[in-house]
Write a protein that binds this ligand. Structure first.
Ligand SMILES: [Mg+2]
Length: 375
């Protein structure tokens, strides 16, 4: 437990994590695997910190394993070697000088630094963030796009049996079928919270028409209906439909969020570990969103227990309200495997906050060896 530790090496570990069933959102085909990149920060004290990011390509992210590895190993790691993990703010600044914003690459490093600080001090990350305000963090179920309404409803039934009471329905491909689907989900679960997510795939007029049809079914929010660059379109949707508009793809940096706020383009904001650059940057976004009276929806690209834990610790230390977000989409049924010895799980719609040192998860070397793609 030596706080004088120095970082000696930054290791990247690319793993192809299989989906239980190929995962489809509006853009692109169904994905058979998640391309998740673990980052391990080695020290001269023997302890290592771990973080996670993802090469999850869609509007707003063009990352590949190769691009993340290059950014981390060639541009960011040289700013960390020989430095103390307890210099986190200075290390963030040094990384910004090397590459900006490069949030996907920084995410794994930054959360790895929090994990390392916690392990060196023997305290959980939520303690580093000031303390714990909750013991469990509510999660929603994500219903990816399927070939038939029956298949999607069967998935919703399964989530409901496991205690989920909030659903995010992926839309943006076939409006007629999606209206029937949302109507069917509402009929089956009259008191459930239902949100839709078009993943930036719709034209303004099509999004407006769809939301007008969906509004009577009681949507809590509509997520990124139009492309990330169409903030005016989001603002107009917000004025014209009685459904709260959520920003996801269009918010990377705090500057992006400021634009959303200035234009009143959304009243709900989603963060993700990879998209937004880890705990350090997500906390800034949450603070800014809170100041603008926006609701906060903690999300993630499909993640292993490592990036899921990062959101859970941040949420544990957050004093304000949070929506039941899709931060646990990977561990709640989308992924068939995990990379840690004791995976986090969703019980009655919530993830318990880990109390072990750092992020509170330990890598399962056997599982990693089976899923590594750079063997
Ligand atoms: Mg989204």
């Amino acid at each position: 437990m030596n706080p004088k530790a120095k970082i000696t090496r930054v290791e990247t570990i690319p793993v192809a994590v299989p989906f239980r069933v190929p995962f489809k959102i509006a853009s692109g085909g169904a994905r058979p695997v998640g391309e998740n990149l673990l980052v391990r920060l080695h020290t001269d004290q023997g302890l290592a910190g771990i973080g996670e990011t993802q090469a999850w390509r869609r509007q707003g992210s063009t990352e590949t394993f190769a691009s993340l590895k290059c950014a981390i190993e060639e541009h960011l790691a040289p700013r960390l070697i020989g430095r103390s993990p307890f210099e986190l703010p200075a290390l963030v600044r040094a990384m910004d000088e090397a590459l900006y914003p490069a949030l996907y690459a920084k995410a794994g490093i930054i959360d790895g630094l929090y994990d390392l600080q916690g392990k060196l001090l023997g305290v959980p990350v939520w303690q580093l963030l000031g303390g714990k305000c909750r013991d469990a963090v509510g999660a929603c179920a994500v219903l990816p796009i399927k070939d038939s309404l029956e298949e999607t409803l069967a998935g919703a039934d399964d989530f409901h049996r496991r205690g989920f009471r909030s659903f995010t329905v992926k839309v943006g491909v076939n409006a007629e079928a999606e209206v029937k689907l949302v109507a069917a989900v509402r009929e089956r679960f009259p008191s459930a919270i239902i949100r839709v997510d078009a993943n930036a795939s719709m034209r303004f007029d099509a999004a407006l028409a769809l939301l007008e049809k969906l509004a009577p079914y009681g949507l809590d929010a509509a997520e990124q209906m139009v492309p990330m660059w169409d903030l005016e379109g989001m603002a107009e949707l917000a004025r014209r439909v009685p459904v709260a508009i959520m920003a996801d793809e269009c918010v990377g940096t705090v500057h992006d969020l400021l634009e959303v706020i200035k234009r009143r383009a959304a009243t709900v904001m989603q963060t993700k570990v990879a998209k937004n650059g880890g705990i350090w940057h997500m906390r800034m976004l949450w603070t800014l969103a809170h100041a603008a009276d926006m609701r906060i929806y903690p999300g993630n690209h499909p993640s292993t227990s490592v990036a899921t834990a990062a959101v859970v610790h941040l949420a544990a230390a957050w004093p304000g309200p949070l929506l039941d977000g899709p931060f646990a989409v990977g561990i709640s049924g989308a992924f068939a495997r995990d990379v840690v010895l004791e995976p986090l799980s969703v019980e009655n719609g919530a993830v318990r906050v880990p109390d072990g040192p750092g992020l509170g998860v330990a890598l399962d070397e056997k599982a990693i060896a089976a899923m590594r793609v750079d063997k």
